[in-house]
Design a protein around this ligand. Structure first.
Ligand code: ADP
Ligand code: MG
Length: 493
């Protein structure tokens, strides 16, 4: 009886088995199709992001991101490092969600995770370093103890002395990250931006920080010019072996102002090999330039594409608040040991409003009025600053050039300069180009034909059309109106 029952049960199981198998097979199939769907959707969201943000930004943040969907409503994006994950989370999450919803409106939530093989937790919070270098009465440059081929580091160029705002927040965060984390997070780190916006300051700050926290790591900072100088010398004295060793055996190599080696074939070649050797050893390379990797003309394509394959962080021109913050900090530093001179807030505000070209000029202006006040025992007032800085204020009033407008508009819309000047009519390029023409008309003294010529030799009627169109759109389209206002602020700032 018992046996009979068992047999019946076995039979029953045998009968149900295929259907269970089928069921299991069915769920695997639906999981597969879910995965496929997710991949397709992510592919389309990626295309949208690429078109919207431009190639450089896209490659920095989204290239290595993968997506999974635990259920219909939830998407998980897997970032290669916690830094990239948290940056995407704070800067791009709503945008990604919107795009995803337009592809599939059932999706309600997107989460970011750092991938398993990467450290799951942020490194322990860094205790803010005590400034290692006490302010001195005059700047003393310290040479790198181990590598005298490296350039001296300026003791004032530390993270503590670097003031952040919207325009440099990415570059600053990336620099800190590279300096603080022993492992290589992104390679290379490519910092770019106009003159006097803090690229060298950030590189020195990285070097100081690494020397402080991990003195065993060998850090070498050179300008591209110095790199070339050492290379040419090594060739002349037939000592390229030593040269190669010096540059290829460091843990962190920083080359400042890489645009300098544009067009210099053999230096480029040598740099390329140095770069590759370090890259293959997973040693950190940090590069700065006055333009993005893709805009570096006369630097070979293979170098450009390698330079852009890590994290590309740009530094935009400062806005008023940041300039004021920098001035306050610089004034504090300069006057720390000088109780007789004071610079009032209204003078700082005046400088921040009127000197917008770059931080170097801003700092120079502050130093000048402080020097003048101490030599002549004068009180620092706005009137005094105006007369002391006559020349600077005059040049800074007629600052904006067509090239600057083109560059800032191109950066804002993540276009290349070549696209800005091209004849392409796709709206994504043509609209920013029209905005740039409009701003040229508003902010420079150039005539319409002159503006046309600067935009790849266009006719003045094209410029008139652009100016009218943007004027019209500023009345009817809130986004364009805001974009134009923001660009104008940047240019006039
Ligand atoms: P770049 O290398 O981009 O041409 P630098 O790094 O030489 O510019 O900066 C020029 C000057 O401006 C330096 O004295 C630097 O300390 C100062 N500076 C630039 N940006 C900042 C900032 N965000 N905070 C404090 N000082 C800054
Ligand atoms: Mg510099």
């Amino acid at each position: 009886m018992v046996q009979e029952n068992k047999n019946k049960q076995m039979d029953a199981m045998a009968k149900t088995a295929p259907s269970q198998n089928q069921k299991q097979f069915g769920s695997a199939a639906s999981a597969d199709s879910q995965t496929n769907l997710c991949m397709q959707e992510w592919q389309r969201v990626r295309s949208r992001l690429r078109a919207e943000l431009g190639e450089a930004t896209f490659n920095s943040w989204f290239q290595s991101l993968t997506a999974t969907k635990p259920n219909n409503k939830r998407v998980i994006l897997h970032a290669p490092t916690p830094f990239i994950g948290s940056w995407i989370e704070t800067h791009y999450l709503p945008r990604i969600l919107n795009h995803w919803k337009s592809e599939n409106k059932i999706v309600k939530r997107i989460e970011i995770m750092a991938r398993d093989h990467m450290p799951q937790t942020e490194p322990a919070p860094i205790v803010r370093p005590q400034p290692v270098y006490r302010p001195r009465s005059k700047p003393v440059f310290e040479t790198h103890s181990r590598d005298d081929i490296g350039a001296p580091l300026n003791p004032h160029y530390t993270f503590d002395n670097f003031i952040t705002g919207k325009s440099n927040e990415l570059a600053h965060a990336a620099a800190r990250r590279v300096a603080e984390v022993g492992e290589v997070v992104f390679n290379p780190l490519f910092l770019y931006g106009g003159v006097g916006l803090g690229k060298t300051h950030l590189m020195h700050a990285i070097a100081w920080e690494i020397r402080r926290s991990t003195p065993d790591r060998r850090v070498l900072y050179v300008s591209a010019e110095k790199f070339m100088y050492h290379f040419v010398r090594a060739v002349r004295f037939k000592d390229t072996m030593t040269f190669k060793q010096q540059f290829r055996e460091v843990d962190v190599l920083m080359v400042d102002d890489i645009q300098f080696i544009a067009g210099k074939e053999s230096t480029q070649e040598e740099f390329f090999h140095t770069f590759n050797t370090l890259f293959d050893k997973n040693h950190q390379v940090i590069i700065s330039a006055d333009r993005s990797p893709s805009d570096l003309e006369d630097i070979g394509d293979r170098i450009c594409s390698r330079l852009g394959c890590g994290l590309v962080a740009d530094i935009h021109p400062t806005d008023y608040e940041l300039r004021l913050g920098i001035l306050q900090s610089k004034a504090d530093n300069l006057l720390r040991n000088n109780k007789e001179i004071a610079v009032t807030e209204d003078v700082l505000e005046f400088l921040a409003r009127r000197i917008s070209s770059n931080v170097r000029d801003l700092e120079g202006a502050l130093r000048r009025i402080i020097a003048s006040a101490s030599f002549n025992s004068k009180l620092i007032t706005i009137e005094m600053a105006k007369s002391e800085l006559r020349d600077l204020l005059r040049t800074s009033a007629k600052q904006v050039t067509v090239e600057e407008i083109q560059r800032i508009v191109a950066d804002y819309y993540n276009l290349r300069m070549s696209e800005m000047l091209s004849t392409r009519r796709a709206q994504i390029i043509a609209r920013p180009r029209q905005i740039a023409m409009y701003l040229c008309k508003q902010l420079t003294m150039l005539s319409l034909p002159e503006i046309g010529r600067k935009f790849g030799g266009r006719d003045h009627t094209t410029v008139i059309h652009a100016v009218n169109r943007i004027q019209e759109l500023c009345q009817t389209d809130a986004t364009i109106n805001e974009d134009v206002a923001s660009l104008r602020r940047r240019l006039e700032a």
